[in-house]
Design a protein around this ligand. Sequence first.
Ligand code: APR
Length: 228
Amino acid sequence: MKRVVVLTGAGISAESGLKTFRDSDGLWEGYNIEDVATPEAWECNPVLVQDFYNERRKSVLAAEPNAAHYALAKLEEQYDVTIITQNIDDLHERAGSTNVVHLHGIITRSQSSIKANLTYPIDGWELKMGETCELGSQLRAYVVWFGEAVPMIETAAQLCSKAELFILVGTSLAVYPAAGLINYVPRDVTKYIIDPNIPTIANRHIVEMPYKATVGVPMLVNELIGNS
Ligand code: APR
C-alpha cells in the first residue's frame, strides 16, 4: 500500500466548531499565549491555565468529527495512512483513523507536572486542581506548551521522509518544528495543500486546493481511491 502522510492543523476541525488560533476571532485573539500556554504561565497562575484547557476540553467533547476527518479515515481502506496532527482534539480518532501522531499532545489526557511522559485519561471535561499523578505532582493538560520540547518531532520527521504522498490540511505553518516537517518529504513526492488560504511554501510538486477541509479532503480522497 502506498504510504500517505497527512499533516493537519486547526483548520481541519474548524467546521466541527472548534476555533483555530490565528484566523479572525481565533483563540489567540481572546487569550495571550504567555498567560495560558507556557510553563511560566503554569508556574504563575495554574488555575487560569487549568480553566483554559478545561473550557477547551468541554468544546472538544461537544464537537463531532466532520467530513474531512471521516474522509481521511476512509483513505485507510486503500493506503497506508499516517496522520500527524498539531491538534489536541481527538476528532481524527473518533472518525476512525487508526494511526495518529499528536505533535502537541491530546486534551483528553492529563500529564504529570514533573514527568512529562506520565499521562492519564481524563474522565469528563474537568481536570481539577488537587488531582495528582502517582508521584504526587499536580496533573495538567497533556499539551505541549510554547517553549517545551516536542517529543514526537523526530518520529514525525522520519515518517515524512518516507512519504510517497503528502497532504497538508488546515494549517498556517506558523509554528515550528511542525511547520518544518514538509521539508522532510522527498522533493519528488506530490504535496497536496488543502486550505481556503493556501500558505506560502517553497517546495516542488505542490498541488494547491483552495477549499474548506470538508470540501477539499473528500474531493481528494475520492480521487485517490478512485485512481488506486
Ligand atoms: N478548512 C481548511 N482550512 C481552514 C478552515 C477550513 N474550514 N478554516 C481555517 N482554515 C485554515 C486557515 O486558513 C489557516 O491556514 O486553517 C489554518 C489555521 O491556522 P492556525 O490558526 O495558525 O492553526 P495551526 O496552523 O493549527 O496552528 C499551529 O499553533 O498555537 C499553536 O499549538 C498551536 O497547534 C497549534 C499551532
